[in-house]
Design a protein around this ligand. Structure first.
Ligand SMILES: Nc1nc2c(ncn2[C@@H]2O[C@H](COP(=O)(O)O[C@H]3[C@@H](O)[C@H](n4cnc5c(=O)[nH]c(N)nc54)O[C@@H]3COP(=O)(O)O)[C@@H](O)[C@H]2O)c(=O)[nH]1
Length: 722
């Protein structure tokens, strides 16, 4: 029940709703009239029972009670009032004046005690005084309640702020911090109070943070905003990013300044700290993406250039050297095409890992694109340092890579450009390292070279030649020459090796050494090889059909061709297209090509052999010479390399090698063809060892189709008559 509001009466008295209780009707009437004259709203109750009903029906500001009443006495009424209307005050008006009665009434909560017969003025003064006191108490309670509510509201606002809200004292110690600090950083509010804010600042931001928050020039009009890392509580040592805005508290407007010695009273700085970790992480990721390759997580081209630019500036100032390396993986494309892009990606990651193991902290390895990497060695003493690192990198990548169940081999070709010798600008150094790398590729890959000026000229020539080679394929400028393979006892031509030539419109007839490396590099070799095989199948196919049914066609295959996933089917399609009998074809392949990926290549060779195609190992003895693999492969012929045949005349070692190769071929029941036979002496030596198939200038060089046609079958013993 809400108590009646107390208003001022015209005579400055409090107007209130008053319950007057007495069993004497006359007294009741006179008391009521007295109070009503004062402007009060009076409810009369004749006796205790009537009073109980009135209490249930109305709220009162004051009750004036007789003590002794026959039914319900004044004590019981006070008890009832205390229960149902605690805000209603009680004054006892009684004839009872014993100490016990007065004391009991006061203990029950009576605010005053007036003895009958009462003096009206005295009574009114007491009533007025009680009502005024009650009014003051209520007003105080009201203000307290509003204050409490207001504080509750502010606490709610501060604690439900998404930001940490804090106050620091003059020294930078926490005077206040809201509860957000618990959920964002894990600290209890109480444990931070009195501690310096350095306690939660990450060490990396200590100087900046301390200066910004308590340093000079910070004012209410010039608040400090800064981003810092704050430490989270506990052993994780993790940090989160916060944007802090802080400003000093104006002493004039700060209400707790005087006399208040609590922590808050000492507050000098106020601030908020907003958690911007997610934004920072998103920014960091975007930044990372812009400057890194996501697959390998290495710096990308842009970041590499940036670092190189800085390194050049530094090297120039400190008169130091630096090296830029351009790395291109050998055989990556084949692995990617054969095993798929997922495996290709894994390989790039594994390669990155191995390369990184070889480098120092200050070096920058970047993925330039595809299977190309660049490396910056920012301070080297001499070329020797770069050479050692290149060797290390090459060695690291020579080891096989295990990709799932596949063991694959890659190599790396490295071009090196050093500052200042090979260029003094970022672009020049990268370009020259690239040029040097191309020279490694052109000379058989899997190695390193330092850039030299002559390479630039080579590069211009190379670009022209590349353009011409593309045109050569379109303009049909490729020619196939044939060199006979002769049985020396019968002088019969048993086979023809197809050797490509290029009839260059300006430079005349070009030999394979002039353009094949370029064709390999530019991947034009596949089209070139297809063209050679087409022409050779057509020419030799005609001769076979013309009666030379055992004539063998020997063709050279490029590594790229053999490594191609569809190598076997493409080759067989071509044979079918020319109706060329597979048994008359012998493919020449070098040991090095086989050993690069023994497992895959031997599988392909087995497929071809099963279809009738013959396999010859070219330049035998010059490559890996791992005799282990020979009996595992479907090989028909070994070709003794020219260098050994040449040695028959000039020195003993090579001659011995020829002996060994021929003996081994006989032991394995393989056919043997000796290359580069030029003299009677060589021929006699070979015949003596039982090697009867020979090829070389002795019987004639490679010649065009028209010239070969005449000598098919038996040919004169000397090349001169060819
Ligand atoms: N993938 C392809 N590779 C090819 C093709 N055509 C040639 N080649 C490769 O180029 C290499 C060089 O060929 P070429 O310049 O034609 O030299 C051959 C002969 O002319 C030369 N030869 C032959 N007899 C002698 C001799 O008595 N003395 C001497 N100094 N040189 C001689 O040897 C080359 C043939 O050697 P080989 O292949 O080992 O039998 C060539 O080796 C091929 O690798 C092609 O179409 N595709």
């Amino acid at each position: 029940m809400t108590p009646a509001s107390i208003e001022k009466t015209p005579g400055e008295q409090q107007a209130a709703r008053i319950l007057v209780v007495d069993d004497d009707p006359r007294l009741l009437a006179s008391l009521s009239s007295l109070l009503e004259q004062q402007g009060h709203d009076v409810v009369e109750a004749e006796g205790g029972k009537a009073a109980l009903r009135a209490i249930d029906d109305h709220p009162f500001d004051l009750a004036m009670l007789d003590l002794r009443m026959p039914d319900v006495d004044g004590f019981d009424l006070m008890e009832k009032l205390a229960k149902v209307q605690p805000d209603c005050g009680a004054i006892v008006v009684s004839g009872e004046s014993s100490f016990a009665a007065v004391s009991r009434a006061l203990r029950r909560g009576a605010l005053d005690y007036i003895r009958k017969p009462f003096d009206p003025e005295e009574l009114l003064a007491i009533v007025n005084s009680v009502l005024t006191k009650r009014s003051l108490i209520r007003a105080h309670e009201h203000v307290s309640m509003r204050l409490e509510k207001s504080e509750e509201l502010h606490r709610y606002i501060v604690n439900s702020s998404p930001d940490i809200v804090f106050m620091l004292d003059r020294q930078g110690r926490f005077c206040f911090v809201n509860s957000k600090v618990e959920s964002l950083l894990g600290y209890q509010q109480a444990e931070l109070i009195g501690r310096h804010f350095r306690h939660i600042l990450d060490n990396r931001d200590l100087a900046r943070g301390t200066y910004a928050l308590t340093g000079p020039n910070i004012s209410a009009h010039n608040p400090r905003t800064l981003e810092v890392r704050l430490k989270t509580r506990g052993s994780r040592k993790a940090t989160r990013h916060f944007e802090i805005t802080a400003f000093p508290i104006d002493a004039e407007t700060w209400p707790h300044d005087n006399g208040d010695i609590s922590h808050r009273s000492a507050a000098r700085y106020y601030g908020t700290a907003r958690d911007v970790t997610e934004r920072k992480e998103a920014e960091a990721f975007i930044n990372f993406q812009a400057y890194h390759d996501l697959l390998t997580r290495l710096p990308n081209r842009a970041l590499f250039k940036d670092r190189l630019d800085l390194a050049i500036t530094h090297a120039r100032r400190s008169k130091q050297k630096l090296a830029v390396m351009f790395l291109d993986l050998d055989r990556f494309k084949v692995i990617n095409d054969t095993l798929g892009h997922a495996m290709g990606d894994r390989l790039l990651q594994a390669v990155t890992h191995r390369l990184e193991q070889c480098l120092r902290k200050g070096d920058t390895l970047s993925r330039f694109g595809g299977d190309e990497f660049t490396l910056l060695l920012p301070s080297i003493n001499s070329h020797e340092d770069a050479r050692q690192i290149s060797k290390k990198l090459i060695k690291a990548l020579r080891e096989p890579f295990q990709l799932g169940s596949h063991e694959v081999f890659v190599g790396v070709s490295i071009g090196i450009a050093t500052y200042p010798e090979a260029g003094d600008s970022m672009d020049q150094l990268i370009q020259n390292a690239d040029i040097a790398m191309y020279h490694v590729k052109a000379r058989g890959k899997d190695g390193y070279r330092f850039f030299s000026e002559t390479m630039s000229v080579d590069t211009a020539d190379r670009l022209n030649l590349e353009r011409d080679l593309r045109l050569a394929l379109d303009r049909d400028e490729l020619r196939v020459f044939y060199q006979p393979q002769v049985c020396s006892t019968t002088n019969r031509v048993v086979g023809l090796e197809a050797l490509v030539r290029w009839e260059h419109p300006q430079q005349g007839l070009l030999y394979p050494r002039d353009f094949l490396p370029l064709a390999e590099e530019t991947k034009l070799i596949s089209r070139l090889s297809e063209r050679v095989l087409d022409i050779a199948c057509r020419d030799v196919g005609d001769w076979i059909r013309d009666g030379h049914e055992h004539l063998r066609l020997a063709v050279n295959l490029s590594p790229l061709q053999v490594e191609h996933p569809r190598f076997v089917s493409t080759l067989m399609d071509q044979l079918r297209a020319h109706n060329f009998p597979p048994g008359n074809l012998e493919i020449e392949i070098t040991e090095n090509v086989i050993m690069k990926d023994l497992e895959h290549i031997s599988q392909k060779l087995r497929e071809l052999a099963a279809l009738g195609v013959r396999i010859a190992i070219d330049d035998f003895g010059t490559g890996y010479s791992s005799l282990n693999y020979i009996h595992r492969l479907p090989i028909h012929t070994l070709k003794v390399d020219q260098s050994f045949v040449r040695g028959i005349r000039s020195g003993e070692d090579e001659a011995c090698i020829v002996n060994a190769i021929i003996a081994m071929a006989h032991g394995l029941r393989l056919e043997i063809v000796a290359e580069g036979v030029e003299t009677d002496e060589q021929l006699a030596y070979l015949k003596n060892l039982g090697c009867h198939q020979v090829q070389g200038f002795y019987y004639g060089p490679a010649r065009p189709k028209e010239m070969i046609e005449k000598s098919l079958g038996q040919i004169p013993a000397r090349a001169a008559s060819f």
